[in-house]
Design a protein around this ligand. Structure first.
Ligand SMILES: [Zn+2]
Length: 229
């Protein structure tokens, strides 16, 4: 689970990795015989029993730096990824993070460019709202409306959702399923773990080879695998 790729002189939420660090991390994956792919790609391979060596890579929020910094790096390492964007904040910024720094989000053209380069586009809701505290109308708009807007924007079906803040409960997962998504990413969904609450691991600037190896091993212990995906 990545967010922003760029300058991290100011990074209170620890959501940014430098392009150099991402390059080193993807290089580490490739040297270990692993390859980053989109979550939809990973799940499809898994359904065929061909997911060995594949790692789902996700980038949340849809920062403009995805196109300038992450995409060239992914391409260099022959990796795919899923980008979770906010169709209610096109060309705006991460106003939901009170401490900043403000980071620009991709415009509709930027998202279409990423899609044209083979990146899977998924929904992160409309405006980055915690779905576990949203009222019924908001919950429906954040899930169903964001999917309709992104389908129109990309001209392709949108099958993936990602819970803002990684927070999910049974009601939010049901809304995501009802909106027609085939899968949804969380962080630590615990007993909700399944196709609509997939666990992920945060990868940050401090994750060098040794830490990545530990995280790979700990992930298996801390989060039970999603079955029936
Ligand atoms: Zn987010």
């Amino acid at each position: 689970m990545y967010h922003s790729v760029g300058d991290r002189s100011e990074d209170p939420y620890r959501i940014t990795v430098t392009p150099e660090r991402l390059d080193a991390q993807l290089g580490w994956l490739r040297r270990r015989g692993l390859r980053g792919v989109s979550v939809a790609g990973l799940l499809a391979a898994r359904a065929r029993g061909e997911d060995r060596g594949l790692v789902g890579l996700t980038f949340d929020d849809g920062y403009a730096d995805f196109v300038t910094h992450a995409l060239p790096c992914l391409r260099r390492h022959g990796c795919g990824a899923t980008l979770f964007v906010l169709p209610g904040r096109l060309g705006a910024d991460n106003a939901w993070d009170p401490l900043g720094p403000r980071k620009p989000l991709l415009t509709a053209d930027g998202i279409r460019h990423a899609a044209a380069e083979g990146v899977e586009i998924g929904s992160h809701g409309l405006t980055h709202v915690d779905l576990t505290t949203a009222d019924d109308a908001t919950l429906k708009a954040e899930t169903a409306e964001s999917r309709a807007l992104l389908t129109e924007l990309t001209g392709a079906p949108v099958t993936g959702f990602c819970y803002p803040y990684g927070t999910v409960d049974a009601r939010a997962a049901e809304a995501v399923r009802a909106a027609g998504y085939a899968y949804a990413c969380a962080i630590d969904p615990g007993p909700l773990t399944g196709p609509h609450a997939l666990p992920r691991v945060h990868v940050g600037e401090r994750d060098t080879a040794v830490r990545l190896l530990l995280k790979t091993r700990l992930h298996r212990l801390r989060r039970r695998p999603a079955t029936g995906v």
